[in-house]
Design a protein around this ligand. Structure first.
Ligand code: SAM
Length: 328
């Protein structure tokens, strides 16, 4: 069973990540008018993200693409409204297709683009990101998800951890070449998400050289590991010569707003039953220690990791997926 097959009860982090993204969008675009935006992403067969932006933000102008023909047929079946357009396309075609997609929604000024990758074609993905970024404009939003599973960097040679870390960095450099900053010479067990952030930052810098009038500002960076570890960076596109400041001046008060490229929110929540959640929810204003005590068992391997699990639950509680029967 691959990640996409696992039900959300068993992978709450991806669900939470998407919900935080929708809240980010509301922070960024509510004042500008969601009706000015086209939402473009690889929505997968159920278009869960398209439903979320339609339901929570009212964005009807939507485009979804997928390289798999049957996935597109399923998207067409599942689309939230008949205004959602779905097409068979590989992401490498997106940059050159952006104008045509925008022309299908002539009254919209801006786009939100999410490249939700799952595989490890990192060089191609970063090149596609660069080619997409240079076609964006003030008020647009760009999001990219990449696989950050350190195991994909191969196990490396036997021997000390220093050897392994250097091997991984060399392996990644061979894979993505000039899309990797030269300062990265070792990748430790937990470093891969931050290394990918640095690669995405470099990609944004390369894009800026081509469109110097634009700034690509990181606004939300998250990582989670429901199955594979994933890394997602979202950037706001700003043209400082415009009168409007984007994001607006209140944005940085938002709990998850990125303050710099290096700031990653790790979404690492425990898998809980409804009964366990209710107990934690009724103790939510207490310290993590007291919340853990209220549970009367360890939700993780030991006390330290259980405390971390409860603290994380507290941080992401309002986004945690709740499942109800349709008849409830
Ligand atoms: C992770 S799923 C999308 C999930 C969805 N965005 C959500 O929030 O639930 C990724 C989808 O994109 C497709 N896909 C992956 N890489 C692609 C690429 N490079 N070009 C086009 N489609 C791709 C896959 O077939 C899959 O259906």
């Amino acid at each position: 069973m691959n990640g996409a097959e696992i039900p959300y009860q068993l992978r709450p982090s991806k669900f939470i990540d998407r919900q935080i993204f929708v809240e980010l969008l509301s922070r960024l675009i509510q004042v500008r008018g969601p009706e000015n935006y086209i939402y473009i992403s690889m929505g997968g067969r159920h278009l869960v993200d398209h439903y979320a932006v339609y339901r929570d933000l009212g964005i009807k102008a939507q485009f979804s693409f997928d390289s798999d023909e049957n996935a597109v047929a399923r998207q067409i079946f599942n689309r939230p409204t008949d205004a959602t357009l779905c097409g068979r396309m590989h992401s490498s075609a997106l940059p050159s297709e952006l104008d045509k997609i925008a022309a299908k929604f002539p009254t919209r000024r801006n786009v939100i683009v999410w490249l939700d990758y799952t595989n490890t074609d990192r060089k191609l993905q970063l090149q596609e990101a660069e080619q997409t970024l240079i076609r964006l404009k003030h008020g647009d939003i760009f999001r990219i998800t990449m696989n950050a599973n350190v195991r994909h960097l191969s196990q490396g040679p036997a021997g000390g951890s220093a050897n392994k870390e250097t091997f991984r960095a060399n392996y990644l450099r061979d894979q993505i070449e000039d899309m990797m900053p030269t300062t990265i010479t070792a990748i430790g067990d937990d470093d891969f998400p931050l290394v990918l952030v640095k690669c995405i930052e470099l990609t944004a810098q390369k894009a800026k050289v081509q469109v110097p009038h634009l700034d690509f500002l990181p606004v939300l960076t998250t990582s989670y590991a429901d199955g594979q570890r994933m890394l997602t960076v979202t950037c706001a596109v700003r043209d400082p010569s415009q009168h409007e400041s984007f994001p607006n001046s209140h944005f940085h008060r938002w709990q998850f707003a990125s303050r710099s490229w290096d700031h990653i929110d790790d979404i690492s929540v425990p898998v809980l039953s409804a009964k366990e959640r209710f107990r934690l929810d009724s103790n939510l204003n207490k310290s993590a220690k007291k919340m853990l005590k209220a549970l009367k068992f360890m939700p993780a391997d030991d006390e330290l990791s259980s405390l971390a699990a409860v603290s994380n639950y507290k941080k992401f509680q309002r986004f945690y997926p709740a499942f109800r029967h349709v008849d409830d």
